[in-house]
Design a protein around this ligand. Structure first.
Ligand SMILES: *Cc1c(COP(=O)(O)O)cnc(C)c1O
Length: 369
C-alpha cells in the first residue's frame, strides 16, 4: 500500500467537474488580473472567517509582509513570533526591515508559550505575531491581553488554520490583521501560489489593496511605493470552488486525527500533540513525538508511507538568521521538538485502511525494538 503525505491528485479528481468550468470561465473572459472572481473570493473568505474585508494576495509570505507594511512597521521595530514555525513568518518581518524576536513554544500544544512573551517585549516592540501552528490556535485571549496592556498590534499568521476557532472565534479575525496562505498543500490550497489578509479595519484593508498593486490609488497615480502581490483571477476561481468543500474537508481531517490518536495510544514511546482546551483543531498536520524519529521515518518510508518533519531546524538555528545571534539552547522546547517530531500522512482523502496500515507499521517498528 502507498500512503502519500497529502493526496492532491485524489482531491482534484473529486472536484474536477466543478473546478474545470470555473477555470474555463476565466479563460473565456481573459480577466486574469483582479477579475471578478478575486472580489467574490475576497468577500466569501472574509465572511468565512467573520471579518469585513479580505485582500487577495500572491502568497502567504506577501500577506505577512503587507500586513506589517500597512501598519508602518519597519527598520528599528521588533516583532515577536514563535521559534517553532515555518521560516516565512520570520521572513515577512525581515522583508519590511524589522527584527524578528523569538519566543519558545509550549511543549504540549506546540503553540507560542504565552508565559514567555512579556519577557521578550522591549521599547522597540510593535507587533505580536502568533502562529496558529498545525491547525490549532495560539492562545489568543492571553495574547490580546498582553497586546492591550503594552499597546501592541497583533498580526495572526493563520497560514495553517483556515477555519480554526479560538474560543468560538475564527482565527484571523481576532487580531488587527489575519494572514492566510493558499499554497497547494494547505487545508485550503490553490493550484499555484496564493494568499490573503483579512481585517475589520477599512483603512488597513484599503492600504493593503493599494500596496499589492504598485501603490496606486487610481490607474497611473501612485501615492506610495508598492509591490506586485495580487491574487491571480484563475487562483481565485479555483479557491471559490474549494472553499465550499473546506468545512467538510476539515471535519474529515479531525476524524482521521481521532482515529490515529486511538490507534497510537500506548505504542512505543509515542506522544501525540496535545489539544488546547480553548481551540478547535483542523489538523493541517498530524504530529507525533518519539525518541526514535529518524529510524521510524526510515521504516515508514520503506513501507511506502510518506512522512514529514515540521520543522527540522528552528528559526534561530537557520543560517539565514545567524545575524540574530541566538545560540543553540536558546529555545529548548523548539529544539527538542525539532529532533523528535514526525508528521504522519494527513489529508481529507486519507482512508480508514491507510490510517490502519500506517499505525500497524508504527506498531511493527516498535515491536521489533
Ligand atoms: C505556508 C506558511 C506560510 C507561507 O505561505 P506561502 O503562501 O507559502 O508564502 C507562512 N506561515 C506559515 C506558518 C506557513 O505554514
Amino acid at each position: 500500500m502507498q500512503v502519500p503525505f497529502v493526496d492532491l491528485q485524489a482531491q482534484y479528481r473529486a472536484i474536477q467537474d466543478e473546478v474545470n468550468p470555473a477555470i474555463q470561465q476565466v479563460l473565456n473572459q481573459c480577466n486574469f488580473i483582479l477579475g471578478k472572481p478575486v472580489d467574490e473570493f475576497e468577500q466569501e473568505f472574509a465572511s468565512f472567517v467573520n471579518t469585513k474585508y479580505g485582500v487577495g494576495l500572491s502568497s502567504g509570505l506577501d500577506a505577512l509582509r503587507l500586513a506589517l507594511e500597512a501598519m508602518d512597521v519597519g527598520a528599528g521595530d521588533e516583532v515577536i513570533l514563535p521559534a517553532n514555525t515555518y521560516i516565512a513568518t520570520a521572513l515577512g518581518v525581515s522583508a519590511v526591515g524589522a527584527t524578528p524576536v523569538l519566543v519558545d513554544c509550549h511543549p504540549r500544544t506546540y503553540e507560542i508559550d504565552v508565559d514567555l512573551i512579556e519577557a521578550a517585549i522591549t521599547p522597540r516592540t510593535k507587533v505580536l505575531m502568533p502562529v496558529h501552528l498545525t491547525g490549532q490556535a495560539a492562545d489568543m485571549d492571553a495574547i490580546m491581553c498582553i497586546a492591550r496592556k503594552h499597546g501592541l498590534r497583533v498580526v495572526e499568521d493563520a497560514a495553517q488554520a483556515h477555519g480554526t476557532l479560538c474560543n468560538g472565534q475564527p482565527v484571523g479575525s481576532i487580531g488587527d490583521i489575519g494572514c492566510f496562505s493558499f499554497y497547494p498543500g494547505k487545508n485550503l490550497g490553490a493550484y499555484g501560489d496564493a494568499g490573503m489578509t483579512v481585517t475589520n479595519d477599512p483603512l488597513l484593508a484599503e492600504r493593503m489593496k493599494r500596496l499589492r498593486n504598485y501603490g496606486q490609488r487610481v490607474k497611473y497615480e501612485h501615492i506610495e511605493k508598492g509591490l506586485n502581490a495580487r491574487l491571480d483571477t484563475i487562483q481565485a476561481a479555483v479557491l471559490r470552488v474549494k472553499l465550499r468543500h473546506l468545512p467538510e474537508w476539515n471535519r474529515k481531517r479531525l476524524e482521521h486525527a481521532d482515529q490515529y490518536q486511538e490507534l497510537l495510544t500506548g505504542v512505543g514511546d509515542i506522544v501525540v500533540q496535545g489539544r488546547a482546551s480553548y481551540s478547535t483543531h483542523i489538523y493541517h498536520l498530524y504530529i507525533i513525538e518519539t525518541s526514535q524519529r529518524d529510524e521510524l521515518q526510515k521504516h515508514l518510508n520503506a513501507k511506502g508511507i510518506q512522512t514529514g518533519i515540521h520543522y527540522p531546524i528552528p528559526i534561530h538555528l537557520q543560517q539565514a538568521y545567524a545575524d540574530l545571534h541566538y545560540a543553540r539552547g536558546a529555545f529548548p522546547v523548539a529544539e527538542y521538538l525539532a529532533d523528535k517530531m514526525l508528521s504522519l500522512p494527513m489529508s481529507p482523502e486519507l482512508s480508514v485502511e491507510q490510517i490502519t496500515y500506517v499505525t500497524e507499521e508504527i506498531k511493527a517498528f516498535f515491536a521489533a525494538r
